[in-house]
Design a protein around this ligand. Structure first.
Ligand code: DGJ
Length: 696
């Protein structure tokens, strides 16, 4: 029997999505899970459901866009009204168009009573198994519509969705993993900080006990909300979208509100499978200068080595040593501009400090360029210190609410990007720097949350601020298409799939302590690929924690990301510099392998974890790199073996120690490594081993 015409099915490589047309109403969610190999003999939902007792006579199942007030008691994808009227919405017309057969579909819903139109597009990419969804609401009425909430996506999760994995965080402690059982009382996370926040993007992973998992993340750099509610009929409903402040969105007649994209995925390979799907999707969204990513250059960043002490002689010498050890990009961090001796002043005055740089930045940039490195510069355009020429000239340019105090954080205020004159000024400052200096790279920082974020009309400015920041990034990139940009917000405060289409690297965390970094980086890799993960070899003791780790351990932890060095190179002896140069050379040898394929990871137990980087396809026969990290001393006599599920059971492998190069290469059957595991030698705490695994 062919598929009934009421069913709309999208297929990925390993997942399928099915909707069921429901007359004039919103299509019903029929299925989201493992790929359906056949779609014959599928019963319609309405034919299989009986209305439970004490329910409406007309059953109301979960739809693609459930809305409040006309029979649906669950969470609403829309909360809106016209001065209190039109508070209930229901769909009186539905038009479905294929954008690409079995790949992408556009659903248009009409409410002729509340006079609304909603357009939802869904596309399921076969390469990544990512289901992208976004929603646009249009006010078709004659009076303004106040929108309190518009979900970007409203996703179904079956009752066997058991555990929820999500991330919380703060400055210096991004991506702290939390896991909890999903229960009937529901779950909600809201971010009202005005930017993504240090817990990572709005998103999560839902685990089923057979190893399958669902994941989603919102491509947005501002306030956000997500919730998982239990529906009485026996499933969960997962919503993601922007969090709107009171009165923030009022649509004039004919006006629309478009949500950011939600990137969602089902994987039979659990949370790691979701991560690989996200990696593929993010790689597909990147906009690289020249059209493709080049090998990720080794950074030298001045921040933790110098902070605000921009002594020219020191900088000149640092650049020389950085080039000698193999750095390829020199990033001059905070402290270079007018009167920026510390973090209390200067933000907004984007010209070189005349005392520190009497001849401007050109001599240093030329020195760096002559040494063969690209020159990068730190900026924080969206900010202003009250103690700055800019603020003295334009005190009204900071985001504020009349009658409320200007709340500083790190002694700074946020500029009101919803003002065209502010954006034009900032574009002018950045454009001048980029036109007059050989800058190849901007590290674009944002060191505080938004408070008192009002527009000149006294309305909430959060959403408009994000859109204006995006537009500023876009206009800089359009004018200077060859530069790369790093997204930073006090470390990882603005890491998301929205900003990454404008940038090329994330500064993952200000915490460079290698033990802390392991969990931060694992959280990062849940959402983003390793080549975007700024990972630096910092000083010992680590500035953020005071912990002391060997240079080898710090390097082995940083090696899998986009490598950098961030310490006072001049304080290192010759042996330490030589060892750094060794690690940088190793990174250059491995980076192609690290940055294009699949990442797998796991915990062995007794303080050991592993991360493997290999080809795009699991069970392919190419090389793998295996990183083993011991964070705490062993409590057992023998370390547990590491099972390597990504290998091919029918292939024999040679496992060779690559760092340190101690011991011999050994051969193992793939089936043995997958099921019994690779035996590990004794390891000291806070040590790493790197193995290369090749086909025998
Ligand atoms: C916060 C960033 O995360 C650091 O790397 C550094 O750039 C400082 N800001 C500079 O103020």
């Amino acid at each position: 029997m062919p598929q009934p015409p009421e069913l709309i099915t999208l297929h990925g490589s390993f997942s399928s999505v099915m909707l069921e047309l429901d007359g004039a109403g919103a299509p019903l969610w029929r299925y989201w899970g493992a790929r359906l190999e056949s779609v014959s003999h599928i019963p319609l939902l309405r034919a299989t459901r009986a209305a439970p007792s004490f329910s409406l006579d007309d059953d109301v199942p979960l739809s693609l866009f459930p809305s409040f007030g006309v029979g649906w008691f669950g969470p609403s994808a829309l909360l809106a009204h016209r001065v209190g009227a039109d508070f209930a919405q229901s769909w009186t017309g539905c038009v479905v168009e294929w954008l690409a057969p079995e790949r992408a579909v556009c659903v248009t819903l009409f409410d002729d009573v509340a006079r609304l139109r909603v357009v939802i597009t869904l596309s399921l990419d076969s390469a990544s198994d990512i289901l992208s969804i976004n929603t646009t609401l249009t006010n078709m009425g004659a009076a303004p519509l106040d929108v309190q909430h518009l979900a970007a996506a409203c996703l179904p999760l079956p009752n066997e969705a058991l555990r929820l994995r999500h991330y919380v965080g703060r400055h210096n402690a991004e991506f702290q993993r939390e896991e909890q059982a999903l229960g009937r009382s529901g779950w909600r996370r809201e971010n009202r900080r005005g930017l993504t926040g240090h817990g990572g993007p709005c998103g999560a992973v839902i685990l089923r006990d057979d190893g399958g998992a669902w994941g989603a993340q919102l491509a947005w750099s501002g306030n956000a909300t997500q919730s998982i509610d239990w529906s009485d009929d026996g499933q969960f409903i997962w919503q993601l979208g922007e969090w709107l402040a009171p009165g923030e969105v009022r649509l004039a007649p004919g006006e629309s509100l478009a949500t950011p994209d939600v990137l969602a995925s089902f994987s039979p390979e659990g949370a790691d499978g979701i991560a690989r799907n996200f990696h593929a999707a993010i790689r597909g969204r990147m906009i690289w200068p020249g059209g493709a990513m080049t090998p990720r250059p080794v950074h030298f960043n001045t921040w933790e080595g110098l902070y605000f002490n921009h002594d020219r002689t020191t900088l000149t010498e640092l650049a020389k040593v950085a080039a000698e050890i193999g750095a390829e990009r020199f990033v001059l961090d905070d402290g270079w501009f007018h009167r920026r001796d510390d973090d209390t002043r200067g933000l907004g005055d984007w010209w070189p400090d005349a005392d520190q740089y009497p001849d401007g930045l050109a001599p240093l940039a030329a020195h760096v360029t002559t040494l063969g490195m690209g020159f990068g510069l730190w900026v924080e355009p969206e900010m202003v210190n009250p103690d700055s020429d800019l603020f003295r000239a334009h005190p009204d340019w900071a985001l504020h609410i009349a009658g409320r105090p200007l709340l500083t954080a790190r002694h700074q205020l946020v500029l009101d990007l919803t003002r065209a004159d502010v954006c034009a000024h900032l574009f002018g400052c950045l454009d001048k720097l980029l036109r007059t200096l050989p800058i190849r790279y901007l590290k674009w920082d944002h060191n505080r949350d938004l408070t008192c974020a009002g527009t000149t009309l006294g309305r909430a400015a959060y959403r408009a601020q994000v859109l204006a920041a995006y537009a500023l990034f876009d206009s800089i990139r359009a004018a200077h298409p060859d530069i790369e940009i790093e997204a930073c917000a006090g470390g990882g405060g603005r890491l998301d799939a929205g900003i990454i289409t404008r940038t090329h690297r994330f500064w993952t965390s200000d915490c460079i302590d290698a033990v802390s970094r392991l969990s931060i980086q694992q959280g990062f890799l849940q959402f983003f690929p390793p080549e975007l993960m700024g990972a630096h070899i910092g000083a010992a003791p680590a500035h953020s924690t005071g912990r002391q780790q060997s240079q080898d351990f710090r390097a082995a932890v940083a090696l899998t990301g986009h490598l950098g060095v961030e310490l006072d190179l001049l304080a290192l002896g010759a042996a330490e510099r030589a060892r750094l140069a060794h690690w940088i050379a190793l990174y250059k040898q491995f980076r192609d392998q690290l940055h294009h394929g699949a990442v797998y990871h796991g915990a062995v137990g007794d303080g050991v974890s592993w991360q493997a980087h290999g080809p795009k396809e699991a069970r392919a026969d190419e090389d793998w790199l295996l990183f083993l990290y011991r964070t705490s001393p062993a409590t057992q006599g023998q370390a547990p073996p590491v099972r390597l599920p990504f290998l091919n059971s029918r292939v024999d492998y040679v496992v060779s120690p690559r760092e340190p190069v101690e011991g011999e290469a050994r051969s193992y059957g793939g089936a043995w490594l997958m099921t019994a595991g690779l035996p590990l030698p004794p390891m000291m705490a806070e040590c790493a081993l790197i193995y290369q695994i090749t086909r025998a």
